[in-house]
Design a protein around this ligand. Structure first.
Ligand code: ZN
Length: 242
């Protein structure tokens, strides 16, 4: 799970918001060297229904919110590597900013507009999926509001891009049984959370865990050496879900 891709380090408080473009480039080269194969949710679906087996070391690269810097700095790297990736867009904020962070005192970033989203989609690499209409915490909303957030974002993306949406990314990872039930009846097959971990066969497809990749200084007491930290996250088979 990635968010912003930035050229220069930001203030400490933003570390969970981004990775550096140069680190991202290194991470993608490293995945190839280590034999990982990025796949799409469609490939995951095909393998679960027994149509096509998964490649060795499959990984789904996801980008939350749909930042313009993903188009600028991640897309060229992903194109070079020919890596498919998934972008979760907030349908009501397309072409605007992630203004939901303002309330917490953070500076906003620009989000791609529909033309830019069409551009990365047309490359054949970017799979565009849903991240609600307004990026509110779904667990704080009424059933009707959750339903609107899930259905209207799906409808809007399907209308703008003319492809069917099957995956929802829950804002802040916030989900419970009610949210998952409403997502299922809104027509989603997959839901991604911010729970840390690797996907296993027994996982509920509407509550998939992910691994958050964020900025780590070249060396820090909290995280050790940045590259080691990255591999620890990607390779570890232990996760905190018990
Ligand atoms: Zn988000």
């Amino acid at each position: 799970m990635y968010h912003d891709i930035e050229l220069a380090p930001r203030d400490k408080k933003y570390k969970h918001f981004y990775v550096l473009a140069s680190d991202f480039d290194w991470q993608m080269r490293s995945l190839r060297r280590a034999g990982y194969t990025p796949i799409t949710f469609e490939q995951l679906q095909n393998s679960l229904s027994g149509l096509v087996p998964l490649p060795k070391k499959p990984i789904i690269l996801t980008f939350d919110d749909g930042y313009r810097n993903v188009l600028r700095y991640a897309h060229p790297v992903l194109s070079r590597e020919k890596y498919p990736y998934t972008v979760f867009v907030v349908s009501g904020k397309v072409g605007g900013t992630n203004d939901w962070v303002s309330a917490e005192g953070y500076e906003t970033s620009s989000l791609m507009d529909w033309d830019e989203i069409r551009e990365i989609k047309a490359s054949g690499l970017a799979d565009i999926q849903a991240h609600t209409v307004t990026h509110r915490k779904l667990t704080d909303l009424t059933d009707e509001e959750i339903d609107v957030e899930l259905k209207s974002s799906k409808d809007a993306i399907e209308e703008h891009l003319n492809h069917s949406i099957q995956t929802i990314c829950y804002p802040y990872g916030a989900h419970d049984h009610k949210v998952v039930d409403i997502a299922r009846s809104a027509g989603y097959s997959y839901g991604v959370t911010t729970d840390f971990g690797r996907v296993r066969k027994r996982d509920n497809p509407l509550r998939l865990p992910r691994i958050s990749i964020h900025y780590v200084p070249p060396f820090s007491f909290d995280y050790g050496i940045a590259s080691m930290n990255y591999w620890w996250k990607i390779k570890t088979r232990k996760d905190r879900r018990g």
